[in-house]
Design a protein around this ligand. Structure first.
Ligand code: NAD
Length: 281
């Protein structure tokens, strides 16, 4: 497929007025030595939002790609995440500073508590440290990932800053309607991880998806990503292939009809493919 630069990625305004490109690029399972090349490809293709995490061990490669791109810092939106073993009132800040160091940045756009890790019982005190980081200007927004409603309720009750986002596993086979709706009602924007179901299901061969794709002359992956976008969800599909990265960015020259959106929504099968947030500690 020919590469095509589409400059018009829509932005979403988060609850503290920070604007985030609704389509980004994820780097989970991108090998550290490959990260710089993969992120350089993404930036060249027009992606400006990169989603990494300390545990992905590729923040340095992301940082090198950013530095080499010479793009103005304010044109980029960089997210990273606090790993579970770094949670705690004394360990969160050094972990954040180590991430900044590896990224070679003075600030990140979004910093997330990666998992609630409920058995540790430290996500509230960790999030309070994130509030201080937000205050210091070294994160433009803060939020959480893999939080379930009870974890969000506790955070809302015991801390002062409403998380800007909750980043959760989300795809047509696993739609988390209650959790997405809870977030919406509280000003917490949902980000989808595994938006293509991580290649772990037959989603991209689903006859409904392939039929809609054929009608639009687009690929199944483009149709699924477009479904997320039209629902207002923030996505950052991952691939190490430049051709697929170009394909996943090329979502803005077609639109799914309300019937097509509904047909995809009807594919729900409550199929969690990733870890259970209650069990990751
Ligand atoms: P994904 O749904 O983006 O799937 C990635 C896989 O889909 C790739 O490995 C590739 O095999 C396939 N793929 C990508 N583009 C394709 C295309 N055009 N056609 C066919 N197949 C294609 O899953 P993901 O990487 O797990 O999720 C995206 C991002 O979300 C991650 O890179 C990471 O940044 C984030 N994430 C966060 C968490 C968390 O706990 N917060 C967990 C997992 C992922």
């Amino acid at each position: 497929m020919a590469e095509k630069i589409t400059p018009s990625v829509p932005h979403v305004e988060l609850n503290n007025k920070t604007r985030i490109p609704q389509l980004g690029f994820g780097v989970f399972l991108v090998d550290p030595p490959e990260a710089q090349r993969v992120v350089t490809d993404a930036l060249e293709l027009g992606y400006r939002h990169i989603d990494t995490a300390a545990i992905y061990k590729n923040e340095e490669g992301v940082g090198r790609a950013i530095a080499a791109s010479a793009l103005p810092r304010e044109d980029l939106f960089i997210t990273t995440k606090l790993w579970n073993t770094d949670q705690g009132k004394d360990t969160t800040l050094p972990a954040f500073e180590a991430s900044l160091d590896r990224l070679g940045l003075d600030y990140v756009d979004l910093y997330l508590v990666h998992w609630p890790a409920p058995q540790r019982d430290t996500y509230v005190e960790s999030y309070r440290v994130l509030e201080g980081i937000l205050d210091s200007g070294r994160a433009r927004a803060i939020g959480v990932s893999n939080f379930l409603i009870p974890h969000l309720e506790r955070l809302l009750a015991e801390t002062g800053v409403v998380p800007a986002v909750n980043q959760i596993e989300l795809h047509p086979y696993y739609q988390r309607r209650d959790l997405v709706e809870f977030g919406r009602s509280r000003g917490i924007h949902t980000e989808a991880w595994g938006p293509l179901s991580q290649g772990k299901s037959a989603l991209l061969e689903d006859p409904m998806i392939t039929a809609i794709a054929a009608k639009h002359g687009k690929t199944p992956a483009q149709v699924v990503l477009r479904w997320h976008i039209q629902r207002g969800i923030i996505v950052f599909p991952k691939t190490t292939s430049r051709a697929r990265a170009a394909e996943n960015f090329d979502l803005f020259d077609f639109e799914l009809t309300p019937d097509e959106q509904a047909a995809i929504t009807n594919l729900e099968r409550d199929l969690r493919l990733g870890a259970d947030p209650l069990e990751v500690n």
